[in-house]
Write a new protein. Structure first.
Length: 199
């Protein structure tokens, strides 16, 4: 991605998969269970954008690629897709039957874990603006946004439990998430590179 690529275009391109998923469902191209296909697509893209946001710091730290200006957009896209995934779950799948939804969240691990992940993403999205950074202070904002790490692990766990088996795809996403989190514990390449990335 070029550094002069506009941030607004990231949002525009980011919503293309959602439009495609809804279009496939409406046109009957998403298989015998279009609601489940839509839920899975939205959830998978939420995970992809979350992992993409987590890639920004390692790329800057170890490869000198500064994509920091796009991290907020990637994180918000992850939240938007997670919210759409949840809305599809409660609205299309359960027709806003709150008693049934509550039972499923309590009894089924995939639903409980997914709800926990969404709850972690909400404060991250709500405090993503520059104004909130100033209001909270840089240190407090940084501490709060470390919630992205357990959120990523919960998102992967939700995926694994939702598919109810151990196929290769969710394991690859799990490996990617663990690797990205492990990179955060690795020593910085150099202070000069980190300062250059902040410039």
């Amino acid at each position: 991605m070029r550094r002069n690529f506009p941030v607004w275009a990231v949002y525009g391109l980011g919503f293309v998969p959602a439009v495609a998923a809804f279009g496939a469902g409406l046109s009957g191209l998403s298989g015998p269970d279009p609601i489940r296909a839509l839920e899975q697509s939205l959830g998978l893209w939420a995970l992809r954008f979350l992992l993409a946001a987590l890639c920004v710091t390692p790329l800057r730290r170890f490869a000198g690629v500064n994509l920091l200006r796009y991290r907020r957009a990637l994180g918000l896209l992850s939240f938007y897709y997670a919210a759409l995934h949840f809305l599809a779950f409660i609205g299309l799948d359960h027709n806003f039957d709150w008693a049934e939804i509550g039972r499923e969240i309590v009894k089924k691990p995939y639903a409980f874990i997914g709800m926990a992940c969404l709850l972690l993403l909400i404060p991250l999205a709500a405090t993503s603006s520059n104004g909130m950074i100033k209001r909270l202070g840089a240190k407090n904002w940084t501490r709060l946004h470390r919630l992205v790490y357990p959120a990523a692990l919960l998102a992967v766990a939700h995926f694994i439990f939702a598919v109810k088996s151990w196929p290769l795809e969710p394991l690859l996403y799990a490996g990617a998430a663990v690797s990205l989190l492990a990179l955060r514990l690795a020593p910085k390449k150099s202070r000069s590179l980190e300062q250059a990335g902040n410039a």
